[in-house]
Design a protein around this ligand. Structure first.
Ligand code: NBP
Length: 477
């Protein structure tokens, strides 16, 4: 039997395209799917594209791959990954490598790493971004787990990855769940990016009365400047698309209920666990929840009054929205990167944020010109506490802030909901404040719960008998 360099278990859209990607580089690939009909369909449609060995059982798959084996598991995230591992692991030998390329929860990946390592097997939890087309032509790959195992499959993964200026968009991220964690934050940032685009579209429509076709040209124009990115580019394409049946912009015919698969929610949940103010991504998740309450919204739209404000035709508002979008985007990334820094400290990973920015420059959904700037910022200052403090971003946001405030205040006046724009601005204003009103929060907490407070003029923890004699007690030095 031919010895394949690589095995793929799971031939739905992602697994099939990754297998084809590997084979397109001249490497022999063994393929297996739980339901045999999918393997047969794959071979019928793509068998001629490369050196594929179809397997009809996991034993056959394992036998077809050269040792030490490298097998990509590309099945539905969650329990199916555990089931697939349980099925294949008994057939593997010490030193073999399993790669989970799905969108697994990083906590599951940490557990699976430990379980498989205890069995003498290596495990890589690898984020793969870019959707089905990138899986075929070159995704951004974020592998985490055993570094020694990564080095053994690095040639295959870097060969199939997207390239930016010739450099592969694949780098070892860190131990156990680091790769899936970084992929999760990537997806969270994607939620924020998309929400900010949706808010721009809504504002341009509600406040300026601009239709989809007019907006398509605006987004196209924006894509030639600092906002240059895949998501802005495809926004222009989506807005420009006409529905063949009605002749109307297709976007106007799409139901306004956003779905989600959970990676945005995980990112927010993790931020809560780590104590990171991840407002932009979390508002994006909440906005999708609110959008899904369609029936309630329709009912409320008939009962709840809004402002009487009308459309605004002030000069320069389109450019102001562009600046607000850019500044809010910087905040969303700053928060996501801060979260990765906190996760690295919590889980003992050495995350190279500059390298992570590099591998997001091509192949993935958030690919953008501005990631080059982030890479440079972390290249110059690897310990940068917050992206907003990098000179380029500090100045860019400083220049955009007047426009940003104008868009947010006009939105409030007109009753246009811009949760990501406004929460990003509130974060910016909160982050740049030397003194916040948390002194009052501490006073209240001490009043009702004797939770103590610190003083600005003396060390220690204090409690005041607020409602009694007002005396202060030093609780702790
Ligand atoms: P799906 O997420 O739709 O999963 C379908 C595959 O999982 C089929 O091959 C199915 O086999 C297999 N499977 C299931 Br379900 N349970 C199994 C089990 N217990 N044992 C073995 N195989 C099992 O596939 P996908 O859309 O290709 O996505 C794969 C992974 O990649 C997911 O984690 C996804 O989140 C991630 N991802 C997807 C995209 C995208 O654009 N779609 C992008 C990036 C990442 P069957 O044929 O026998 O039912």
């Amino acid at each position: 039997m031919t010895r394949a360099r690589f095995g793929v278990m799971g031939l739905a859209v992602m697994g099939a395209n990754l297998a084809r990607n590997v084979a397109s580089h001249g490497l022999p690939v063994a393929v297996y799917n739980r339901t045999a009909a999918r393997t047969e369909k794959f071979m019928a449609e793509h068998g001629g594209e490369g050196d594929f060995t179809p397997a009809h059982s996991v034993a056959e798959l394992v036998a077809a791959v050269e040792k030490p084996r490298a097998i990509l598991v590309m099945v539905k995230a969650g329990p199916p990954v555990d089931e697939a591992i349980q099925e294949i692991a008994p057939h593997l030998e010490k030193g073999d490598i399993l790669i989970d390329g799905g969108n697994s929860f990083f906590g599951d990946t940490r557990r699976r790493c430990a379980e498989l390592e205890a069995r003498g097997l290596s495990f890589l939890g690898s984020g793969v971004s870019g959707g089905e087309e990138a899986a075929l032509k070159g995704p951004s790959i974020m592998p985490g787990g055993s570094e020694a195992a990564y080095r053994q499959v690095e040639d295959v993964l870097t060969t199939i990855a997207a390239k930016f200026d010739g450099a592969p968009c694949c780098t070892f991220i860190g131990a156990d769940g680091a790769g899936h964690y970084v992929k999760m934050v990537h997806n969270g940032i994607e939620y924020a990016d998309i929400q900010l685009i949706a808010e721009s579209y809504d504002f341009l429509q509600q406040a300026l009365g601009l239709g989809a076709t007019e907006q398509a040209a605006i987004f196209q124009e924006w894509n030639r400047g600092d906002l240059d990115s895949y998501l802005i580019q495809i926004t222009a394409e989506v807005l420009a698309k006409q529905d063949a049946a009605t002749g109307k912009p297709l976007v106007d015919l799409i139901r306004d209920e956003a779905a989600q698969k959970g990676t945005g929610k995980w990112t927010s949940q993790s931020a809560l666990d780590l104590g990171i103010p991840l407002t932009a991504i979390t508002e994006a998740v909440f906005a999708r929840f609110l959008s899904a309450q369609k029936e309630e919204r329709v009912n409320a739209s008939r009962q709840l009054r809004g402002p009487r404000g009308s459309r605004n035709r002030e000069e320069g508002l389109v450019d102001a929205v562009r600046d607000a979008l850019y500044a809010s985007k910087v905040v969303a990334y700053a928060q996501g990167y801060e979260q990765m820094t906190a996760a690295a400290a919590e889980y003992g990973w050495k995350l190279d944020l500059g390298a992570i920015s590099s591998i997001w420059r091509a192949g993935c959904i958030i690919r953008a010109r501005f990631l080059d700037r982030i890479k440079d910022a972390y290249g110059e200052h690897p310990d940068l506490p917050n992206l907003l403090l990098a000179p380029y971003f500090r100045d860019a946001v400083g220049s955009a802030q007047d426009a940003w405030r104008r868009v947010v205040s006009l939105s409030v006046e007109l009753g246009v909901p811009v949760p990501a724009f406004s929460s990003a601005l509130a974060y910016y204003d909160g982050y740049r404040r030397e003194r916040t009103p948390a002194n009052l929060i501490q006073g209240l907490r001490d009043y009702f719960g004797a939770h103590t407070y610190g003083r600005v003029d003396r060390p220690g923890a204090f409690h005041t008998r607020w409602a009694q004699d007002g005396s202060e007690i030093l609780v702790e030095d």
